[in-house]
Design a protein around this ligand. Structure first.
Ligand code: GAL
Length: 492
């Protein structure tokens, strides 16, 4: 009896230990337990710059709900630079009374009342990039204001940093101060660092932040180089972030750091330009697919109140969003990259073909074939290449298996339905969009919801390969799944 009792106690202890261990593991994976999948939302900067107001934020929040973006998972409404007007006698930031006549708490309340979350911005410097008060040396009081306004997401920039950069430790100390101040408020605030890849944040930010920018600001161009974005994407460490970085430039930078991303700690490839008019539909599909595959936060940076219907069908594609929000949280890696002979565009950029792949929850695999060249190309990837990360040299056991291939763009919503939705002629419902508020992406995957898989297009035989025609500046984007998929268990 006593022995039995002791055995039970040991079992109970072991169970507690296992529970604790997984809680510990969680803590390790996300320093504050937040952002276990890449954050999704909207940010005003790339379209509105300093032209911000309560009306813009609340009006956008309304549209996010009305058009179904909230249900698809775009939760954060993020106010960027230019919102303050100095500090009060206690040293607290004062919201600009013209732009925000009822104050920040009122904006926050209105956003929360719609079931959305509120994000704000400052700089780890004396001033923000647009010259407003920065938070360097004011970390505690500014974090306190954020908590009082019930802010849920905080973007922290890098301008006017008083020379406090140059080594990872110097940058770490500056950003760590705000991390601690945010934790001390006791409020759940996703911490989004924006130091443009300076001092290699991917090496140290995971223990203090939920995401970090890896580059200068993106602009709405597929591959046009610009002198304001000084690194061409082939250097490992880009000392100056800059701005006017093309999608292709950022993609090449991301390839180097892809493996640094993990649950709760994400490489931020910058906002989504989809819908802003500077790129083609294929280019936007490539942009969106790769940001999802590389697990970047997905922040729409277009005017939601006048959203382009084709952009709507990209932003709401459930099969691609299920890659972004996959519970495993691992990024794709670039397996190979080949320059295309003689294919140099007007900007002097040589076209390339590349293969990216990565593991998903339930041991599915995501595959992206990218063509940055000027012509459509038939691209082929062997299973040995697709599963390269599982065992180089053709050793991966997955190569000997059969795989069903699902095209993640195969079931894209048609333009005319999207036109009717954005024009307010038809109301969105769960048949038109994937409602992640009712069934999370993880739950949908667990239930085998077909909308999250895409359209089955072919099967790859053991030791076979996948061949697909990829448009110029386009992507072939697929989920590979065994005919008898591994049964995924409830995560954690
Ligand atoms: C940049 C930042 C942008 C935007 C801007 C505001 O440094 O990378 O995303 O926040 O500042 O001035």
């Amino acid at each position: 009896m006593v022995i039995a009792h002791n055995i039970l106690s040991v079992a109970a202890l072991a169970a507690t230990f296992i529970k604790c261990a997984s809680a510990e593991q969680e803590k390790y994976l996300s320093y504050n337990g937040l952002a276990m999948t890449p954050p999704m939302g909207w940010n005003n900067w790339a379209t509105f710059f300093c032209n911000v107001s309560a009306d813009l934020l609340v009006g956008t929040a309304e549209k996010l709900v009305e058009l179904g973006f909230k249900d698809v998972g775009y939760n954060y409404v993020v106010l960027d630079d230019c919102w303050s007007n100095g500090r009060d006698s206690n040293g607290a930031l004062i919201p600009d009374a013209e732009k925000f006549p009822k104050g920040m708490k009122d904006v926050s309340d209105q956003i929360h009342a719609k079931g959305l979350l509120f994000g704000m911005y400052s700089s780890a410097g004396r001033w923000t990039c647009a010259g407003y008060e920065g938070s360097l040396g004011h970390e505690e009081i500014d974090a306190q204001s954020l908590a009082e306004w019930e802010v849920d997401y905080f973007k922290y920039d890098n301008c006017f940093n008083d020379g406090q950069y140059g080594t990872p430790l110097i940058s770490y100390n500056r950003y760590q101060k705000m991390s601690e101040a945010l934790l001390n408020t006791g409020r759940d605030i996703v911490y989004s660092m924006c130091n443009w890849g300076e001092d290699s944040p991917w090496d140290w930010a995971p223990t203090i932040a939920n995401s970090w920018r890896i580059s200068g600001d993106m602009y709405d161009s597929f591959d046009r180089p610009d002198e304001h974005c000084p690194c061409d994407g082939d250097e490992y460490i880009c000392k100056l972030g800059g701005y006017h970085c093309s999608m292709n430039n950022i993609l090449n930078k991301a390839a180097k750091y892809a493996s640094k991303t993990r649950r709760g700690a994400w490489n931020d490839l910058d906002m989504l330009e989809v819908g802003n008019g500077g790129s083609t539909d294929d280019e936007y599909k490539t942009h969106f697919s790769m940001w999802a595959a590389l697990k970047s936060p997905l922040m729409m940076a277009t005017d939601i109140r006048k959203i382009d219907p084709d952009a709507y069908t990209i932003y709401t594609n459930p099969a691609v969003l299920a890659i972004s929000q996959d519970p495993r949280g691992s990024s794709v890696g670039r397996v190979w990259r080949r320059k295309i002979d003689g294919d140099v565009n007007d900007y002097g950029v040589q076209g390339e073909l590349s293969l990216w792949s990565g593991q998903l929850w339930g041991d599915d695999q995501v595959v992206a074939l990218v063509n940055t060249g000027s012509q459509a190309v038939e691209m082929t990837a062997t299973l040995a290449e697709i599963f390269y990360h599982m065992g180089p040299g053709g050793k991966a056991k997955e190569i000997k298996e059969e795989w069903d291939v699902y095209d993640l763009w195969g079931n894209r919503m048609d333009s005319s339905t999207a036109q009717d939705i954005v024009a307010g002629k038809i109301k969105v419902d769960n048949n038109l969009i994937y409602n992640a508020s009712e069934q999370s992406y993880a739950q949908g995957l667990l239930n085998g919801d077909p909308r999250l898989l895409g359209k089955k297009v072919t099967t790859i035989k053991p030791s076979g390969s996948l061949s697909v025609k990829v448009n110029s500046h386009g992507v072939g984007f697929f989920r590979l799944r065994r005919p008898e998929p591994v049964k995924v268990k409830e995560f954690l």
